[in-house]
Structure formats: C-alpha cells, structure tokens
Design a protein around this ligand. Structure first.
Ligand code: C2E
Ligand code: MG
Ligand code: MG
Length: 650
C-alpha cells in the first residue's frame, strides 16, 4: 500500500536490541511494519529471523551509542509478514526507562526517496571468526557476494589492501575505506567497507563487516581523477597536466626549455619537522617558482619534491642560465616554520627542445640526467644537459643492480691503510688501520668507491654492506695485530644513513665481544654532516657509541659546513683534517696551526690525511700534528700484503 508523499509523517520506532523486539512505534511505523496495533507489533519476536551478522551489527551499534551520540544511516531490508521491503533508516541511541540502551529508528519507505540515493546505501553485513572464516551474512550481503564464500580474504581483490585491513584491525580495531571486492557475479565492484573487531564476553574475537555498494560513484570519481590536471597540494600542474602542455607545444613545434628541479634536504625537513611542515614548504616552493618565471611558463609538481618548469624560448627574458641561477637562489633562501629557520636548496638540470632532444619523450629524461649531475657535483646548483649524460644514469642503474649481489658473490673486499703516530723524532709507529671498501666486478669498468657508497645509500643496502665491513675489519684486526702491535685499533667508515639505525650500537658491541675485542679497539669515522644530524636527534646513536667506549673520529674535517664552531658539540676522540689542507701546506700554515690548537683545546687528537711527501710530514711534525695517514706512509692494501711484508712494517 504505497503512501503518498504529502501524507507522510516519518515512521519512528524504538527497537530493544537486547530482547529482539520493538519497544514502541508511532502510527506510520505500524503501516510500515504491516501491523494493525502497537500491541501486536511489540509482541513480535525478531530473534528467530535475525541473522548472527545482523545481531552482531546491532550490538556494535549499541556499543557506539553508549560511547557517543553516533548516528548511522542505511537502507534497511526487512520482511514484515513475509513481504520484502526496504526503508532508508537513521539509527540513534535511545535510553529506556530501565537504563538499557535501545535504538531509535526513523524511517522513510524507499519509494518516497529520491531515486539516486537508496540503492547505494543498502547495508550488507557479514561476520567472520578472528581467523577470517565466514560465519554469516544478511540477505543483501549473500545476494551480492554469493553463497559460496568461505573466507574473508576471498572477498578482497587486492592482496595489499587485505594486508592493510588486517594491519589496521590489529592496530586500532577498525578499518574504513573504499575497497574493490569480488562480487557473486564474478565482477569486481567498489564498496565502502567498515571492518571492526568485535570482542564479546561470550565469544572470542570476531570481525564484523559493514559494506555499501559505491561502485558507480567510485568509477566516476576515478574517471574524473584522470581528467584532473593539477596537483592538489600546490595547485601546480601534475604530470598529466605537464604531458598535455608538452604535447601542445610539440604540435606547434614550439621550442622550449625544461628546468628539472629537485630540492636538496627536503627529506630531512619532512623527517624532523613533520609532513605538515613539509607540505607548507612545498607550497612556498611553488610560490617562489611562480614569482621567478616569465609569463606563459608552465610549472609542474612532478613528484614528491621534484618540479618541472617549461619555458618557451620566445618568452624567456633573461638567458636560460640566468633564470636557472635565479631559481637556485630563490629556492635556497631560508624557509620558516613559524620562527624556526629551515635550510633547503635546489639542484636543477636544464634541457632544451628540440636543441638537446628532438623527441618529446627524451627531453624530461635529459633534464633529469642533468639534474642528477648537479646533485653529484655537490647540489645547490644548475647544470646544462650535455650529450651522453643520460648514459651515466643508466650506468648508475647497472651499478645498482650488480651491487645488490656483490656481497653474496664475494666481490667486496677491504683494503687497510695504516695510520702512523710520530710522538717524537724516532720514526713513528702504526697505531691504527683504516678499513676502505673495494668492489671488484668483472663486467663494470672501475667504479669509484664513493660512487659505490652513493648507490648503496640510494638503494638502501648501505647498512648491510657496512655490517659486512665491520665484521670483516674486526676479524682482520686480530691478524693485523699479530704482524704489527697488539694495541693497534681499527677504523671503519659509516654512512649517515647507517647512523640512523637504532640497533647499530648493540650490533657493534656484540661483534666486538664475539671477537674478544674491547670497544676502545674500534674507531668509527663519520663526516661532520652525519655527526651534526645525529647529535641533533633526541636519541643520538653517536652518544650511545661514545658511552659504550667506542671512539669517534671526524672524517674529512674542514670540508663540512659546521667546522670549528661546532667542534665542542661533538664527542669525538680524533679529528681527521681533510687532505685539502695539506695540498697547499705552506699557504695554510696559520690555518693548520689554528685548527691543531683548537683540536687540542678540546682534548681531541688531530690526524692529518693525505700525507704524500717527506716535506709535508716534517712540517706537520713541527706543528705538533702527530697522527699521519697518506700514500707516503702506506697505500691502502689488502690483508695479504701485511702478512707477506710483516718484517718491514713498523
Ligand atoms: P676517507 O674515509 O676520507 O678515506 C681516505 C681516502 O683517501 C681513501 O680513498 C684513501 O685511499 C685516500 N687517500 C689516503 N691517503 C691518500 C694520499 O696520500 N693522497 C690521496 N690523494 N689520497 C689518499 P678511497 O679508498 O677511495 O675512499 C674514498 C672514500 O670512500 C673514503 O674517504 C670514505 O669516505 C669512503 N669509504 C670507503 N669505505 C667506506 C665504507 O665502508 N663506508 C663508507 N660509508 N664510506 C667508505
Ligand atoms: Mg675515512
Ligand atoms: Mg677522509
């Protein structure tokens, strides 16, 4: 009996969740329930027709009502007197006189509703045991998902989504998102899924699913997203927008210049100030870019902290290099999080179309290769594309692939360079060795070890490699001691990335113990920037290392940005003065002496790297710098060399 819209007053009833019955209902509700009296309706027992999943769902609602004033809305299917009906319902908590929490239901019969709305909101409920075994589902669920369901995992199309759901359930007891699911008709459909862990007093944990079919809406959202050409965070073009722009210029054969920009140090900002601040920085970057650029340029956020700018040659007012310098300068100005300053700079690669690349598909690749070169030259600069640069990137990716297997293939080796001490003029003695990594790969030409370290850092295997270094070097130290003196120490180099590994101190201590060595037998060489980054963090690994007795040595001192001013913050035992100070030792005499006295004032030992001539050695001894390392005193050599030349070492 359809009700005319004009006659409708909303049907309302109170459902007693604990007793599976209607507690009270108004007149329109009686019609909806096909009942002629309130007594008759209230006497109905819903228990036999309530599936387990629905019962669990209602108990879940009850818990939610008790917690806060939550409202749930859904299209509810019910069958009064065997007549199939559905109503669009709003559920809220209602406290009964005896204090129990019941559910107030306000309902509109479906035919009165706007036709776009109801079908999508049909609630499908199902429940599963804690291990995901299917228990029950309400009729809309069974109809949509089929009768043959065995396990929760059979529903989810994407295995990684399944993992996320389980992870989220174990962490917070709840998961909610749009998920692609397998329907009964073997077609995948999008559902809005809410999964909750339910713990009841009588039963072990269960998983309860509420799902709504949102397929049509989701498909149109996905289609729409494909048409979006801008980046949501910055409002700049996204990759799709950039492609469109480039294709337009290509069609007109319009020459243009690409500036491929990558921010230097953005990750540190994101990690230490948080992603919210990171987002603000990216927005500031977008503003600064737009301020620098000539009219009609296009600016794209290409990825995380990468931007691509397209400037038409006819629009460029200054020359392309001047514009590049302006961009580097502008992007490297201090950024602020409220009043806290943050440092960032930019590396830019430039490529021209069609001068450098006459194929559209290459121009971004070439600009990227030039940017990579800018990074390698020390960042904070721009570089013009030159022929062959992209090959270099290719080489790096080959190195990366081979390097992954270098350890297992036994291609890694250590060379040891001696460190000498001249305490008086009696000739000196070896007090330590520095372990330097070498990689022999038959297929690649010579690969510099700096390149190896850089690639290992980029692909995330540096910790693994350096653990091997530590292990090998400490084993070899036991042998080297037999051929030199029993108190020589071993120095190993560690990357800034490895220094972020919380387990590092314990790993090294276990290793030392295992070799019956003392923490004082090991020296860790770290660059200034790695040290500064670590010491600024709350749980400094360096302090833990120092507290455990392992010695720290500041490598390449004088090349970093903090240098002397920061020295007193660093708990180092040794300062290795970079060999650039030796090259012009005569011009640098004042500086060297100043550095030496400062190091002494901090009760650290000065060591100088790169001693190549006897004259240099003599001058250094005169200055009071007694620890020397360099080709004059010994090249880096494999362990076998020391074994073979044992007689002539000290
Ligand atoms: P470093 O730690 O400053 O090591 C000293 C570098 O200077 C070595 O280069 C050594 O061969 C070179 N050298 C020593 N004496 C002289 C000299 O008299 N004249 C000149 N011109 N050079 C000298 P190498 O072996 O190519 O290593 C380069 C860098 O690679 C090292 O610089 C170090 O930063 C890094 N490295 C090596 N092994 C590892 C490692 O296991 N982990 C990490 N993170 N870095 C490593
Ligand atoms: Mg070193
Ligand atoms: Mg060094």
């Amino acid at each position: 009996m359809p009700i005319e819209l004009k006659n409708l007053t909303i049907a309302v009833w109170v459902y007693d969740i604990d007793n599976y019955c209607i507690h009270w209902a108004n007149e329109p509700a009686l019609i909806l329930w096909e009942s002629d009296s309130l007594e008759e309706l209230c006497s109905r027992d819903f228990k036999p027709i309530t599936s387990k999943a629905v019962a669990e769902g209602l108990l879940e609602y009850q818990r939610a009502f008790k917690k806060d004033n939550t409202l749930f809305t859904q299209n509810w299917h019910y069958s009064p007197r065997g007549i199939k009906k559905s109503a669009f319902c709003q559920f809220s908590g209602h406290v009964l006189e005896d204090g129990r929490m019941a559910m107030l239901v306000e309902a509109l019969p479906v035919p009165q509703l706007n036709h776009d709305m109801p079908a999508d909101l049909t609630a499908m409920l199902s429940d599963y045991s804690a291990d995901g075994t299917f228990i029950s589902g309400n009729p809309p669920f069974i109809e949509a998902m089929g009768h043959e369901l065995n396990h929760f995992q059979d529903l989810i199309v994407d295995p990684s989504a399944l993992k996320t759901i389980y992870r989220s359930l174990s962490q917070s007891g709840r998961y909610e998102d749009d998920v692609l699911m397998k329907s009964a008709d073997d077609e995948n459909r999008w559902y809005h899924l809410i999964a909750v862990n339910v713990q009841s007093a009588s039963e072990k944990g269960k998983i309860l699913l509420h799902q709504y079919d949102i397929h049509r809406r989701k498909i149109s959202e996905i289609a729409l997203a494909k048409e979006v050409l801008t980046d949501a965070l910055t409002g700049l073009l996204n990759r799709r927008g950039l492609d469109k722009k480039l294709t337009e210029l290509d069609t007109k054969r319009e020459p243009f210049i690409i500036y491929y920009i990558d921010l230097d140090g953005f990750k540190i900002i994101n990690d230490s100030f948080g992603h919210g601040v990171g987002d603000q920085v990216l927005q500031t970057v977008a503003d600064r870019l737009l301020d620098c650029l000539p009219e009609n340029s296009s600016t794209c956020r290409f990825g995380g902290d990468e931007f691509v700018i397209v400037v038409q040659v006819k629009n460029i007012v200054v020359d392309k290099e001047t514009l590049a310098s302006m961009l580097v300068k502008s992007l490297s100005d201090t950024y602020y999080d409220r009043s806290r300053p943050m440092a960032l700079s930019a590396s830019i690669g430039i490529a021209e179309y069609p001068a450098d690349a006459n194929k559209l598909s290459n121009v971004i690749l070439y600009a990227d290769a030039a940017m990579y070169q800018a990074k390698q030259l020390g960042k904070h600069r721009w570089v013009n594309y030159e022929e062959g640069m992209e090959q270099k990137i290719l080489r790096q990716s080959v190195i990366a692939q081979r390097l992954c297997y270098a350890k297992e293939n036994g291609e890694l080796a250590l060379y040891y360079q001696p460190i000498w001490e001249f305490s008086d003029n009696t000739g000196g003695k070896i007090v330590s060795f520095e372990a330097l990594l070498r990689w022999h790969n038959d297929e690649l030409d010579i690969v510099s070890i700096e390149e190896v370290i850089q690639v290992a850092e980029e692909i995330g295997i540096i910790n693994d490699i350096e653990q091997w270094v530590a292990q090998q070097a400490l084993s070899d130290l036991l042998v080297l001691r037999e051929y030199t003196s029993p108190d020589v120490t071993m120095a190993i180099n560690l990357s800034a990335i490895h220094l972020r590994e919380e387990t590092l101190p314990q790993f090294l201590l276990d290793l030392l113990k295992n070799k019956t060595l003392l923490p004082t037998d090991l020296v860790i060489e770290l660059t200034e920037s790695a040290l500064v980054e670590d010491l600024e963090s709350e749980y400094s690994i360096v302090r833990q290392l120092v507290d455990s007795g392992i010695k720290i040595s500041i490598d390449d001192f004088g090349t970093g940005y903090s240098s002397l001013a920061y020295l007193h913050h660093i708990p180092a035992a040794i300062v290795k003065i970079d060999r650039s100070f030796i090259v012009q030792i005569k011009n640098n005499s004042k500086t060297l002496q100043h550095i030496q006295s400062l190091i002494e004032a901090h009760e650290m030992n000065a060591l100088i790297e790169g001693v190549e001539t006897e004259e240099q050695q003599r001058i250094l001894i005169d200055y009071g710098i007694s620890l020397h390392q360099g080709y004059l005193l010994g090249l880096p050599k494999p362990l076998s060399y020391y074994i073979e030349n044992c007689g002539s070492l000290n």
